[in-house]
Design a protein around this ligand. Structure first.
Ligand SMILES: [Zn+2]
Length: 57
């Protein structure tokens, strides 16, 4: 599963055009931060799973 500070790539790009995010909080909900504009969003794990295309190595 996901780990803190992991970079994920989403299927859809953020409004700013970036599709890479960093996981900054793990719990019942996840917080991810856009790597380009720094916007932070809160997501349920189910929603996160649907968004993620892959985890960046
Ligand atoms: Zn962004």
């Amino acid at each position: 599963m996901y780990e803190l500070n992991q970079t994920i790539i989403t299927k859809k790009a953020h409004a700013c055009g970036c599709n890479e995010w960093t996981i900054i909080r793990i719990g019942a909900d996840y917080k991810i931060k856009c790597n380009q504009c720094g916007r932070i969003i809160l997501l349920e794990s189910e929603k996160l799973n649907k968004m993620v295309k892959k985890i960046k190595e």
